[in-house]
Design a protein around this ligand. Structure first.
Ligand code: AMP
Length: 113
């Protein structure tokens, strides 16, 4: 079981910043920017490429949750949403999650190697 499933099951404590029927939002334990929040769906998928089994309601609900979290965080100057998908992207937890990043200007492209 992944760390995010344990958080969803209340087996590991975390600060829940936001919750609705489709997702929870928690602060990233190793923030890369002043605002770094993870939006974790309540329905399992390993990554963005694994949501084909979700219903339309679950898919729409999850993406609307990401928008609601961003509004809740009041990050008026803008934010970036990142889905690391697979090993080349550096995905380390095999449970879908969106990173919401904000709080300072970000460069583009977002990689440095
Ligand atoms: P990814 O590389 O996209 O799979 O991102 C996984 C993220 O989960 C990383 O940014 C980690 O810092 C974060 N993370 C790992 N464990 C926890 C935890 N217990 N609570 C909050 N964030 C975590």
């Amino acid at each position: 079981m992944t760390i995010f499933e344990k958080i969803l099951n209340n087996e590991i404590p975390s600060q829940i910043l936001y919750e609705d029927d489709f997702a929870i939002a928690i602060p990233d334990i190793q923030p890369q920017l002043p605002v770094h929040v993870l939006v974790i769906p309540k329905t399992f998928a390993t990554s963005l490429s694994d949501i084909g089994h979700w219903s339309s309601e679950q898919t729409a609900g999850y993406f609307q949750s990401i928008d609601k979290v961003a509004k809740h965080l009041q990050i008026e100057n803008g934010y970036r949403v990142v889905f690391n998908t697979g090993s080349d992207a550096g995905q380390t937890v095999a449970y879908l999650h969106a990173h919401i990043l904000a709080g300072s200007a970000m460069g583009w492209p977002p990689f440095s190697n």
